[in-house]
Design a protein around this ligand. Sequence first.
Ligand SMILES: C[S@@+](CC[C@H](N)C(=O)[O-])C[C@H]1O[C@@H](n2cnc3c(N)ncnc32)[C@H](O)[C@@H]1O
Length: 439
Amino acid sequence: MPSCTAADGTEIPYTDSRPGTGTPVIALTTDPVELPVRLITPRLRRAEDVEALREQLQLERLVLLGDASGTRIATDYAARFPSRVGALAVSGADAPAGLDVPVLAGQPDALVPFLQRAVTADWYWDFAVRQTRGESPTYERLSLAVAGDDELLALLTELPEPKRQPNLLFGVVRLLGGPVGDPAAFHDFVVARWAEIAEQMRTRATQTNESGRTALLLPLLAALPQPIALIEVGAAAGLNLYPDRYAFRYGDHTVGAGSPMIECDLTGLTPPDTLPTVVWRAGLDRNPLDVTDAGDMAWLDALIWPEHTDRRDRLRAAVEVARADPPHLVRGDLLDTLPALVERAPAGATVVVFHSAVLYQVPQPARDQFVTLVRSLPAHWISVESSGTLPLDGIPPGPDNLSHNVLALNGTPLAWTHGHGRSLTWFGVTPSEAAQRGK
Ligand SMILES: C[S@@+](CC[C@H](N)C(=O)[O-])C[C@H]1O[C@@H](n2cnc3c(N)ncnc32)[C@H](O)[C@@H]1O
């Protein structure tokens, strides 16, 4: 059972109804409850324990559910840390008065819409302060506006939970030509066109294909025995299958002479001197995108954040590379299609299976099955996924409060990475040492 460590060193176990999937509600309840939201239920004693749990779960804000006795702790926490509470729901007791946070009291079932809106609001809040702050003022402003917009939150909660994703909503609105620069105009557009937007959000997934992430793979690919047979899981359009054709700049160190030029701020490791030799490349995706299809490319363009003109230029340049030699992409689920692709890799090459920003879209049981599968294959395994998505041991605290991914080779965590590949902060053993460790 997972646990958190209280300030006095006491280990406090908790249950998690849906590990790794979505924003949780922290249930301070005496008896276990079952609700259609992710519930983390700890045995907390006082407000300080709630704060310790929040820090260890790396959550900016909490949605709290209290029952008759848990409400006392929740109320105390909300009074002392109001900026850390997105909402408080109370079952079996009166709503506490005088709190500076949204509060609702009622029977558990009646609290569900309130809790669902609150966790959706927290997703948008987190996207604003941990992902887009300092990266996209437009999306930071928009995401904060949605987090406080009851009408939009009510519409979003009509969708299955994974489909309420901020980047998906914003990408769909941009694809449909809607305004993202003015939150009021955005609100009106979403309300007026909701049926169409909801349909797009149900059928699409975010497929951001960020060639900048190849800068994260390069130190590992260059350190493995050459040549390489490269297999990407969740490849989207396959733009990360060409690390041997692009050029890279790590600070003042340049590798390769191709295009696009991918810049990455690397700390804690000497950058590689050579590009890998890739003799075979293939990818799989449940919905592969076609670099020659204008509609698919419009979707990739809509997913790039408004101010990121460098990423838009890089997308165009990477698409040119892929169009000149289109990638072999197989349509299918990662659990079904990967072994056959590994079998097809040419003899004599070092087979590398990699994936970046994929597993957050895969439900927990399938994620566990995938880890078992990939460890069983005769291949090296590179993962670039958000912290907590994979069961990796020995990850130090992140370099700052922002959201980062973790680069790992064969299950050994090695570095914190920026979501779009702009930085790589090394904390682990060298690439060669990691390659020698078993999977
Ligand atoms: C956010 S995109 C990332 C694309 C690419 N890895 C990158 O870093 O640029 C995630 C991709 O994973 C794919 N995907 C998600 N779940 C999958 C599954 N179960 N099987 C195969 N592909 C999947 C999606 O279709 C999508 O193209």
